[in-house]
Design a binder for this molecule. Structure first.
Ligand SMILES: [Zn+2]
Length: 210
């Protein structure tokens, strides 16, 4: 079953009007969302858990990474629901929890908050800076040639006024790793540019083969 189907079957693909987690119960909803996220990890987030065979695995060449991969897994992240006004989701570092809005969240919210969770989990190690740098570098390498003027897009995204505007709204952590991983997922899933990161991000153009 696809992730979307799990959400749809349980009334979790919302249009803003349904109180789905209440409808199926908190525990069942949390379990199903966690299962869906673990499935997503297998499909789209192997690089952020440094899994064997992923684009980031070279950094651990010759080292058994099973413990690291298990530690970084989304399986360790808590899921909870709350009324969050207009905000569909958030990630709280202190409690390692993805919060989803009781009344409104979707597929893109989950992916967006998953990136936050991985990105923040990496900060907890002293070695995490190197891991984050390597993932950023490898994603850049992977996306270069697929996105028109990716360097210019990154520069736009990091502009002080853009980032400071987000921070003023309490939206922290949308750095280059976040931007590139969002693009990577949007490309893999054929989403509209910026559907995962949010529409205030500079809208990139995909280079199509002639
Ligand atoms: Zn965010």
């Amino acid at each position: 079953m696809t992730f979307e189907q799990i959400l749809k079957n349980n009334g979790l693909m919302l249009d803003g009007s349904t109180t789905a987690p209440r409808k199926i119960g908190n525990t069942a909803a949390k379990r199903q969302i966690k299962e869906a996220m673990i499935k997503y990890e297998r499909l789209y987030f192997q690089d952020l858990i440094y899994a064997h065979g992923s684009i980031t695995s070279d950094i651990f060449s010759g080292i058994d990474t099973r413990d690291i991969t298990a530690d970084l897994s989304i399986a360790n992240v808590n899921i909870d629901f709350k009324d969050m006004g207009k905000c569909p989701g958030s990630y709280e570092r202190d409690t390692n929890t993805i919060f989803l809005n009781y009344f409104y969240f979707d597929y893109f919210t989950l992916l967006h908050e998953m990136i936050h969770a991985y990105s923040d989990t990496l900060r907890k190690y002293d070695y995490g800076y190197s891991l984050r740098n390597y993932a950023t570098f490898k994603l850049y390498e992977h996306l270069r040639g697929k996105i028109k003027d990716i360097e210019g897009m990154i520069t736009k995204w990091l502009r002080f006024d853009i980032q400071n505007g987000l921070i003023d709204q309490g939206r922290i952590g949308h750095d280059v790793l976040f931007y590139l991983k969002s693009i990577d997922i949007e490309l893999q899933l054929n989403f509209t540019p910026c559907e995962v990161i949010g529409y205030e991000a500079p809208k990139y153009e995909v280079i199509r083969a002639a």
